[in-house]
Every structure is written in C-alpha cells, then in structure tokens.
Design a protein around this ligand. Structure first.
Ligand SMILES: Cc1cc2nc3c(=O)[nH]c(=O)nc-3n(C[C@H](O)[C@H](O)[C@H](O)COP(=O)(O)O)c2cc1C
Length: 199
C-alpha cells in the first residue's frame, strides 16, 4: 500500500521512520560517519590512497571528465593536495598520479592541532579562483567553500566505509601553508582533512 498523500496545508508532516536498517553500504556509511581526532602513524597503502583520492574528486565519467563531486558551474576548481610524511603532492585526477609540489614533511604546517603532524595523510583542498570565470569575489568564496565541502563529505564516507578515521578542518594557518605548497595568489586554501587509521 503506498503511503497516503498528505494534505499540503498541514503545517507539520509526520514522516515515516527513515529506512536505515539493512539499507546497504551507503546507508551504513552515513550511519557511522563521524569526525575522529586520534590517528595511528601507520601509512595508507598506495592502492587505498588511490581509491581515496578517486572518491574525493576523481573522474567517474571519463567520456566527459565528470568528477565524483559536483562543482558550481562545473568549474572543478578544487585541487586536492596530499601531504605525506616525505613530501606534498597535487592529485592529478586525469593522470591518476601525484605530482610533487614540495619536498619534506609539511604535515605540521597543515593545521593547528597536534594530530596533524603525526597522522599519515593530510589532504588540503585548494580553490583555483582563476577557473571560476565570471564570478564575483564573494561568489567565488561561497562556491569554493561549498565545492570543497562536497569533496570532504566524499572523503568522510569513503573513510567510514573503509575503516579509516578522518576529520575535516577549517582551522588552518593559510598564510603559512600556502607558500609551503607553492600556491599562486589566486589559489586559496579552503579546508584541510586529516586521514589515517584509528588509534
Ligand atoms: C567547515 C568545517 C570546518 C571544521 N573545522 C574543524 C577544525 O578545524 N578542527 C576540528 O577538529 N574539527 C573541525 N570540523 C569538524 C567538526 O568539529 C565536526 O564535524 C562537528 O563537531 C560534528 O562532529 P561529527 O563530524 O563527528 O558529526 C570542521 C567541520 C566543518 C564542516
């Protein structure tokens, strides 16, 4: 029996309970998603890192270059940087590769909380304002923030589904981190996100 239609004049619509029991992997990941701030030092294997980056903002429609996360106007302005213990890299989704942007351990520079220095991976979401054509400065900030947030949620869900811990972070010393990553003036750090195995 379909649920009876409700009168659109009702001011409160009592919904049926959400169907979250045995609802498949996506519902399980949404149920378990949370922020965690304690990470083991253990490194992520490369195949897991590759899939994580694909989930974050990889290409899911090769014919059009479409990505796993939406972006305003299809600008695809969010660059995903991976700060690993030995160097920092920019994720190249087309080549499925990591391109080094800085040698050395920059993990401590990715945030202002102690765990960032020892967690095995910090992602940094960088908006390239030059890709955001015909947008006002204010709109660039709004859209870049929203677009980075969607990437962050992809990472949350991937981490939850794969036994990884994660927390997205706005608390970043952008003035310190931007030059360390070799960013141009029009590239703005929106968020960072720490990833690792739970401690
Ligand atoms: C835009 C944004 C910025 C955040 N910045 C930080 C941060 O700098 N440091 C931190 O530990 N958590 C940060 N968080 C995580 C929130 O504190 C966390 O999501 C919130 O407490 C709810 O907890 P939950 O994610 O476990 O549901 C941020 C979350 C968002 C969405």
């Amino acid at each position: 029996m379909p649920t009876a239609a409700f009168a659109d004049t009702d001011s409160i619509i009592k919904l049926p309970p959400p169907a979250i029991q045995g609802g498949g992997e996506l519902i399980a990941a949404l149920k378990a998603r949370r922020s965690t701030r304690a990470f083991a030092a253990k490194r992520l294997p490369q195949d897991l890192l590759s899939t994580l980056l694909w989930a974050a903002f990889g290409i899911n429609r090769p014919e059009s270059g479409g990505r796993t996360a939406p972006s305003a106007h299809g600008w695809q302005e969010i660059g995903v940087y991976a700060v690993l213990p030995e160097a920092a890299y920019r994720y190249d989704a087309n080549a499925n590769a990591l391109a080094m942007v800085a040698k050395g351990d920059l993990r401590a520079a990715t945030g202002m909380q102690d765990f960032v220095a020892t967690a095995p991976l910090n992602l940094v979401y960088v908006a390239d304002f030059e890709r955001m054509k015909d947008a006002s400065d204010e709109d660039r900030v709004f859209y870049a923030s929203a677009d980075a947030g969607v990437v962050a949620q992809n990472v949350y869900l991937f981490c939850t589904a794969n036994g990884l811990a994660t927390v997205v972070r706005g608390l970043v010393d952008r003035k310190r981190l931007a030059p360390a990553l070799g960013l141009r003036l029009k590239q703005r750090i929106v968020l960072a996100q720490t990833v690792g195995y739970p401690e």
